[in-house]
Design a protein around this ligand. Structure first.
Ligand SMILES: [Zn+2]
Length: 437
């Protein structure tokens, strides 16, 4: 096509545009020209042109945005008119296979920032294994430096990192929500699993019930006509079920015998008389009592920066390959690799307690797996940001790290004498809600 025709076509297209769009288009070209004239201190010209891409249908999209970042289908720019001298923001919804390093490189954030923010994440271990559906909010400065990152972990939890005095400070926020009790009951018809499922209990709740009573009752021996009752606490955040639940009480009647389990506030199940049903915890995640090379210390100072860098765990000086055991019955909440934490495992023991095992050389359990007290879960190592072979072990109560060597743990088989009154009061409340008292 001759050049002349192309111009004619172009001008006739321009004439068809609404007035506002025409002037916006002109404005856009002016901005484009100005930008191309501004000397960029850090990035090359190549980067600048990459950031500005015309939307395909400018006549319909011009009102929404003038420029969108290239190749970012799921990214929305919060700024109507991006200021290239100021900050920009991006919101990314994680899809399967997304990694933080890919997201940072898409946004031209320097690799050094990635390392720094991952270091700051060592105490949370959240950024290395992003889950589909999670949301990341980024605030990015004029030199593409990361100013702030916010990760919406789930309905209840938000983790944020903010650049302050050259370092990323992290903060985790948890919405308490509301726990409501739900009552389920039924009669055995088929297997316990099928019957319990029919009553509305989920697989994980049924698993909790069978775990609580596994040493007392052979579930295969339940017969048609036997009954079960269960009280389950469920967490709701802003009115919606947050997928967190805990079995509070169980009564299973096989013939004329009743099997009972009540959750105590120490996270373990006891029968109606306070005799332990699940095993006690152990103090050490390794055999013997190895030397502690660095104790739990919430006020530890960083050797170089002299800033407070809490040490949330206990470091055991053990050589690589040492057996690591779960300190209690539980479920593997998370397991993976993190640049700072190395190979790590997080285990949940009831609603209240979690334990973490870091810098491992080998993980022997996977996410979702049930583990018993004393079960071999890993081999210790020196992975991630670690300057020598050791095991870093953390104990959390309600999400807050505590000194694992000092925390009062349920180490005995029955409810201690000074707690039996409180246990019986909780038990009676549950029985009342189940219509048993
Ligand atoms: Zn440590």
């Amino acid at each position: 096509m001759p050049l002349q025709f192309q111009f004619k076509k172009f001008f006739s297209l321009i004439n068809k545009l609404p007035r506002l769009h025409f002037w916006l288009l002109i404005l856009l070209f002016v901005i484009l020209i100005l930008i191309s004239l501004i000397p960029h201190p850090e990035a090359s010209n190549k980067k600048v042109t990459k950031e500005l891409v015309l939307p395909e249908n400018i006549s319909t999209q011009v009102k929404k945005s003038i420029a969108v970042p290239q190749g970012q289908g799921s990214v929305e720019s919060n700024n109507l008119y991006p200021e290239f001298s100021g900050n920009r923001e991006a919101v990314i919804t994680i899809k399967s296979g997304d990694t933080l390093s890919q997201i940072f490189s898409d946004q031209n954030i320097p690799a050094a920032n990635l390392q720094e923010v991952l270091e700051a994440d060592a105490e949370h271990i959240r950024l290395a294994n992003l889950l589909p559906g999670q949301e990341i909010h980024l605030q990015i400065g004029p030199k593409n430096e990361l100013l702030a990152l916010k990760l919406v972990i789930d309905r209840a939890t938000t983790l944020s990192f903010v650049l302050k005095d050259g370092e990323y400070l992290s903060k985790i926020e948890t919405k308490k929500g509301e726990w409501r009790n739900n009552y389920y009951h039924g009669t055995i018809n088929g297997s316990f699993y099928v019957s319990a499922k029919r009553s509305g209990l989920t697989s994980s709740q049924i698993q909790q019930i069978s775990n609580a009573l596994q040493d007392k009752l052979d579930f295969k021996r339940l017969r048609a006509g036997d009954t079960f009752k269960s009280l389950v606490a469920k967490q709701y955040i802003e009115g919606a079920y947050a997928n967190e639940s805990e079995v509070l009480a169980v009564i299973i009647e096989r013939g004329s015998t009743a099997y009972t389990a009540f959750l105590s506030d120490d996270g373990r199940y006891y029968d109606k008389d306070g005799m332990g049903l699940t095993k006690a915890y152990r103090r050490y995640p390794v055999n013997g009592r190895p030397r502690i090379s660095s104790p739990f210390n919430p006020r530890r100072l960083h050797p170089i920066t002299k800033r407070v860098r809490p040490h949330n765990g206990t470091d055991f000086a053990v050589r690589t390959g040492t057996n690591v055991y779960s300190i209690g019955d539980g479920v593997v909440l998370r397991a993976g690799y993190h640049p700072a934490a190395g190979n790590y495992i997080v285990i949940k023991h009831g609603r209240k307690y979690t334990t973490r095992y870091l810098h491992l050389s080998k993980r022997l359990v996977t996410k979702g797996q049930r583990v018993a007290m004393g079960e071999l879960i890993a081999k210790s190592g020196n992975t991630g940001s670690s300057t020598g072979a050791h095991l870093h072990y953390e104990f959390h109560i309600n999400g807050k790290p505590v000194d694992a060597m000092k925390v009062s743990l349920p180490l005995s088989q029955e409810v201690p004498a000074n707690k039996i009154k409180a246990f019986k009061a909780t038990r009676d409340l549950a029985l009342k809600e189940m219509g048993e008292l």
